[in-house]
Write a protein of this length. Structure first.
Length: 242
C-alpha cells in the first residue's frame, strides 16, 4: 500500500529541541492570543464525550492547560499528559502541581500499552511529527475499541498567515512542521484504522476585535465542506475506530 504522506525531513528530536528552546516564553506568548489559543480546548471538550472513570491521553500536552478544561467538564476522568519536551513538562508542573505527565521520546513509538486509553486528545501535534502515519497508528494502538480521538491541526492554507504573523509579532514559533491539507489528513485517518465522524474548520480570523472574530466564525460555519472552511487556521477532526 502506498504511503499517503511522505516522511518529513526532520526528526522528532528536532521538534523536542524547538519546544525546549521556547518553553520559557510559551505561556506568555499564548496569553497574547488567549481567546484563539484557548478555543482549541473549548472545542475539543465538546467532542470528547467525557464521563467518570474513563482514561484520557492528552498528547502532546505542552503546559497541560487542556487538563483544566477536561477536569472542569468531568472531574472523574483520569488524564495523562504526554509531552516530548522536558522543559515544557517543567513549566506544566510549575503551573499545575500534581498533574500526571509522561515523557515521550518519539511520536512513532509511544510508551503505552495496547488499548490503554478511552479518549485521545491531540491538539496541534500531527503537523510536527516526523512520521505522521506512524503517529496515527500508535494513537490507534493505545486506544480502546470504543475510543474517541479528537485531533486538531492547521491546514496547508495556514502556512502564509503563520509566516506573516511571525514576521510582525514574533511568538514562540512552530519549529519543524508541515501543515497538511484536510484531504490528506482524512486519507491518513483511513489508512491508520480511524473512522472520521466529524470534521470542522474553525477560526477564520485569529486576530482582531471580538465581534470581527465571531463574525468570521459565523461565516465559516455556513461554508463547511467548502474551500472557505479550509481557510480556518484550526481544523478539528473527530474519529472512532473502524
Amino acid at each position: 500500500m502506498k504511503h499517503p504522506v511522505p516522511v518529513n525531513h526532520w526528526e522528532d528530536r528536532d521538534v523536542e529541541a524547538h519546544w525546549d528552546a521556547v518553553a520559557s516564553i510559551y505561556v506568555k506568548e499564548n496569553e497574547r492570543v488567549k481567546a484563539t489559543h484557548d478555543q482549541r480546548f473549548r472545542e475539543a471538550v465538546r467532542h470528547l464525550k467525557l464521563k467518570n472513570g474513563i482514561s484520557v491521553l492528552n498528547i502532546t500536552s505542552r503546559d497541560a492547560e487542556a487538563t483544566d478544561y477536561i477536569l472542569r467538564e468531568c472531574p472523574g476522568c483520569s488524564v495523562l499528559n504526554a509531552e516530548i519536551s522536558s522543559k515544557l513538562m517543567e513549566v506544566a508542573a510549575g503551573i499545575r502541581p500534581g498533574i500526571r505527565q509522561k515523557k515521550i521520546e518519539t511520536y512513532s513509538s509511544l510508551p503505552f500499552r495496547d488499548g490503554e486509553f478511552d479518549r485521545v486528545l491531540s491538539l496541534e501535534t500531527l503537523e510536527h511529527t516526523a512520521e505522521p502515519m506512524e503517529f496515527l497508528k500508535e494513537l490507534h494502538r493505545v486506544s480502546t475499541r470504543d475510543a474517541i480521538l479528537v485531533l486538531s491541526c492547521p491546514p496547508a492554507t495556514s502556512e502564509i498567515p503563520y509566516r506573516i504573523y511571525s514576521l510582525l509579532f514574533g511568538g514562540h514559533g512552530e519549529g519543524p512542521h508541515r501543515f497538511p491539507p484536510s484531504r490528506r489528513v482524512k486519507k491518513m485517518f483511513a489508512a491508520a484504522g480511524w473512522n472520521l465522524i466529524h470534521h470542522r474548520g474553525t477560526i477564520l480570523f485569529p486576530v482582531g476585535p471580538d465581534w470581527f472574530q465571531q463574525w468570521g466564525e459565523r461565516v465559516i460555519g455556513l461554508f463547511q465542506n467548502t474551500w472557505i472552511s479550509e481557510l480556518g487556521i484550526r481544523q478539528f477532526y473527530v474519529c472512532n475506530k473502524k
